[in-house]
Design a binder for this molecule. Sequence first.
Ligand code: MEV
Length: 315
Amino acid sequence: MDTNDTLVGFGAGKVILLGEHSVVYGYPALAGPLSRGVTARGEPSNKCQLVIPDALMPEQRKVLKAAFARATAACGEPGVKVSFETDLPLSMGLGSSGALSVACTRVLLQAAGRKTTASEVAAVAWEMEQEFHGTPSGVDHTTSAMEQLILYRRKPGAEQGRAKVVESPRPLKLVVVMAGARSPTKQTVGALRERQKRWSERYQRIFREIGLLASEGAEAVEEGDLEALGDVMNVNHGLLAALGLSSPGLDDMVHRLRNMGALGAKLTGAGGDGGAVIGLFNDTEPVVHELTRQGIRCFDSQLAGPRAEGARGAA
Ligand code: MEV
């Protein structure tokens, strides 16, 4: 790497439209990229290192160091000092760790003189994601690396997941609302794993149904049938609540968005005690305006379809 070079890598945050959690058990999920995310920068250095923000707690620093070490090993320890910044709300189910993994990976691969195709990036970012999450499905970093709406599935025991790009003839306009406290994905996924071990058949039935919803939702997107997509989102939220993954705050926001005209609304990401809620709207602007006026953190994002706009709002 030349001493004048600054390398830049962006990792998009993600929204899961359908299928979170059941995707961990081998069923499909429909997910798309946000225009918000993590930007990593790399400067020449005599060793491979990551600048860790002071604000991080000791446990977070440890995990971040370990994750970065896995990625640097996969890239042959190039001489680069990596720093990063984010405009993505953290630990809110919007894929911040996947975005960080992809952003750092893009810089490391450039520093190593390697290709930065989506599959190269996804392979290295996967190393980091496993350190962050323990048993991730891989949907977060794959969506971030591909930057497209995808139907993602990793069958049980498979090393890699598979992603099919889902084309949307119509814009998919979402309002993303921060509804409550931060909620660590690892804990929520772990607690659900304990329940499903104990009552496996009952939980598997629900996972299977959610997987079907994700496939039906992908078809609805391809047909441009946003009402059908909204209905699938509503049913998916009900099943996530049945799995114990919602909270009064998340449920309340889902109902508020529906009352504001959402075609469909649900929690997105891990859920639990807090996290984010998404609503699908024909027009997001008045909704963001009204929620922001009420002091609620939100932004809008167009996930797919013609003339994708950037995210706006005060998150
Ligand atoms: C987290 O963004 C999505 C989960 O399904 C976990 C995963 O897929 O690894 C809850």
